[in-house]
Design a protein around this ligand. Structure first.
Ligand code: NDP
Length: 632
């Protein structure tokens, strides 16, 4: 009756707000069973309250648990209405435990004077102002309730509730491009009544939402719009609206355009690949307008968005809780059937983590591209290479390895399609931002930078053609003599270094920005639904519970030691044969550098002091004092 799912409407508020009256009236109008929470107190509670002692949280625990069980039982067959004061968030958490997706809250809200006046008129229930005040003192206004002013008549209140819950959608989506369409279908197939919006551009983008709805039966309940006011008004309050538009100016334009129609407490979620710094700015800006903002990274591409993406939401934790049931329902599930969506941290941390995800992805892609050049140079054709890669799935499986095998097998007529694709790699900016962020934070994310610059280098096609001729490199890689297993070992070695650097970047950002991030949980939500899901990522979940630095984990130390000789051999052979392997070689160089106790950075310090009097510290003085030498 209320949307498509079974629903429990909890009517909450202090004593004297009319919960039972509204509950009964609504129950009659909607032909739904009504339960007054007060009827579910135990005899002991009733005695306690009758003797003038109020219930403590321990007493309430049993009572709220009983009401939660009642709601769960009702949900098996029906919708229902329950009145319960539920003044604190933890009480509401107990009431909705396990049925978060099915619960709707109505908060009957009034001032203490308003309520006191009403109670005075209800002589048998008269409550002293001090007791009433104690309720007002503890009340924690809910973020996820339809708030109704008790100054309205009961009929008006019931009308409002009906309007809201019967006709309006629970979640809105703006931007029906590749991702927005897939996420809409995902939400709809999970039983959510949604509103969908795409802008109107005369002659170019007309009736996009309506036409999209017509294409899919699963969208029969969806409400389509091409104007923002109607779209916003079609949503239940507090409104939850996800923006799936291009990162950058488009996000700011949509935010500016939608603000006039929003109400205090509404929630905007930016699901695009926005820059984390802009996310923080938008968060602060919207806060000043009393609108909540969540920056959520979404990974998995079109297919992930449709069947279950990995979602990385950042912002205020209590606001995340309001959108949690939606995000967790549509997200992919891990091997334990837990959602691959988890609260990341505050401010722009969700988008930061998504940015690093993409950085790791850049490297994983580049490593596979380097594997392709090596295996070609060792004399394999594409069919043989795809067979070799298929054998790597046992133990080194990943989404990217899997799609690479499929790509290498794709024909275009008699030819391989891959051979016809121009070798200029594009990018949409997240690798660039990750490299900038690493540089700003002073973190050596050298592989992300190498993968990014490899893409940039690929764009210099004309130069590459000319320089190949000039430098006489017609015979690149001809004398490469490597075993396939050595290449696999070098690949696995480089991937471990890549994962170390990615998580280290997140860990260092968390320290700088004072984000409370859980690295193991981040690895967990990357085990499915996203582009970098892999066997290795699954291993990381347990290890990151123990340490932030996977390079000191004994099992990785053992693995790296056994893989490194192959990596050394592969990169030296490639260099001798003039084969470009920027990420493979950087992985080896990085570990060589990072595992050197006494480096030559002392010379850098001396040079800096020589020309710029930048001073240096001495290893024979542990006071950390700075010295300057007159070098001439
Ligand atoms: P598309 O280009 O397919 O769609 C973009 C959408 O944004 C369109 O509906 C477009 O409307 C709308 N839009 C653009 N500018 C404006 C504007 N000024 N006002 C209103 N609407 C606007 O992009 P995607 O769906 O691929 O990506 C959306 C976001 O998700 C991006 O941030 C992207 O980086 C991110 N992302 C994409 C992934 C992917 O695999 N594609 C994966 C993960 C994240 P119109 O059609 O009218 O132009």
């Amino acid at each position: 009756m209320i949307n498509r799912d079974h629903t429990v409407i909890f009517i909450m508020g202090t004593s004297g707000t009319g919960k039972s009256t509204i509950g009964k009236l609504l129950s009659k109008e909607l032909s739904l069973p009504f339960f007054d929470g007060d009827d579910f107190h135990s005899k002991e509670h009733i005695q306690k309250m009758a003797s003038g002692v109020s219930l403590d949280d321990d007493d309430r625990f049993g009572w709220l648990t009983r009401l939660n069980e009642l709601a769960k039982n009702q949900l098996i067959t029906n919708n229902c209405i329950i009145a319960c004061s539920a003044l604190k968030e933890k009480y509401r958490d107990l009431l909705s435990n396990g049925i978060e997706k099915n619960v709707k809250w109505v908060f009957l809200n009034g001032s203490i004077d308003q309520v006191h006046e009403r109670l005075k008129n209800r002589e048998p229930h008269f409550m002293p102002i001090t007791l009433l005040k104690s309720q007002f003192d503890i009340i924690e206004a809910p973020n996820n309730a339809l708030q109704i002013d008790i100054g309205l008549s009961p009929e008006e209140i019931v009308h409002l509730i009906k309007e809201e819950f019967l006709n309006k959608a629970v979640f809105g989506l703006i931007g029906l491009g590749v991702m927005g369409k897939s996420l809409s279908l995902n939400l709809a197939k999970n039983g959510f009544k949604i509103s969908i919006y795409n802008r109107h551009v005369s002659g170019l983008e007309e009736n996009v939402a309506l036409n999209f709805k017509k294409e899919y039966d699963v969208l029969s309940d969806a409400l389509p719009f091409d104007e923002l006011e109607g779209f916003v008004n079609s949503l239940q309050k507090p409104r939850k609206i996800m923006l799936m538009v291009n990162a950058g100016n488009a996000i700011d334009m949509v935010i500016e355009n939608i603000i006039p129609y929003l109400s205090e407490g509404d929630i905007l979620i930016d699901g695009g690949n926005s820059n984390y710094i802009h996310t923080k700015e938008r968060f602060d800006y919207l806060k000043s307008k009393k609108i909540h903002f969540i920056g959520a990274g979404v990974s998995g591409g079109e297919e992930g968005a449709l069947n279950g993406p990995s979602i990385m939401p950042g912002g205020d934790k209590d606001i995340y809780k309001v959108v949690q049931p939606f995000l967790e329902t549509i997200a992919a599930k891990d091997e334990n059937n837990l959602p691959c969506s988890a609260y990341i941290g505050n401010e722009g941390s969700g988008h930061f983590v998504k940015m690093v995800h993409n950085g790791i992805e850049y490297v994983e892609m580049q490593l596979l591209a380097e594997v392709l050049s090596i295996l070609k140079a060792t004399g394999n054709n594409l069919a043989q290479i795809s067979t070799i890669l298929k054998s790597w799935k046992l133990g080194s499986d990943s989404y990217l390895l899997d799609i690479t095998i499929k790509i290498l097998r794709k024909k275009d007529g008699e030819d391989w399609l891959i051979d016809k694709i121009m070798d200029k790699a594009g990018n949409k900016g997240t690798g660039n931002w990750a490299t900038i962020a690493a540089a700003q934070l002073g973190v050596p994310s050298t592989l992300i930078a190498s993968a990014l610059f490899a893409r940039y280098t690929s764009f210099y096609k004309e130069d590459r053609i000319n320089l190949q001729k000039k430098y006489g490199k017609e015979h690149i890689g001809l004398h490469l003599d490597l075993l396939n297993d050595e290449v696999l070992n070098a690949y696995q070695f480089s991937r471990i270094i890549n994962h170390y650097q990615g998580f280290n970047l997140i860990s260092e950002a968390a320290k700088t920005y004072k984000w409370d991030l859980n690295l193991s949980e981040i690895a967990r939500i990357w085990t499915n639904g996203c582009i970098i899901k892999s066997d290795l990522m699954r291993t990381m979940v347990a290890i990151l519970k123990e340490t932030d630095n996977i390079l000191i984990d004994e099992s990785f130390v053992k693995q790296i030691k056994s893989l490194k000789p192959s990596a050394n051999h592969v990169i030296s052979q490639c260099i001798m044969n003039e084969l470009a392997i920027p990420c493979f070689s950087e992985a080896v160089n990085f570990l060589n550098n990072f595992s050197t106790a006494n480096s030559t950075a002392n010379l850098i310090q001396a040079q800096r002091d020589y020309f710029g009097a930048h001073t240096y510290q001495r290893i024979d003085d542990d006071t950390e004092k700075f010295y300057h030498t007159d070098w001439k």
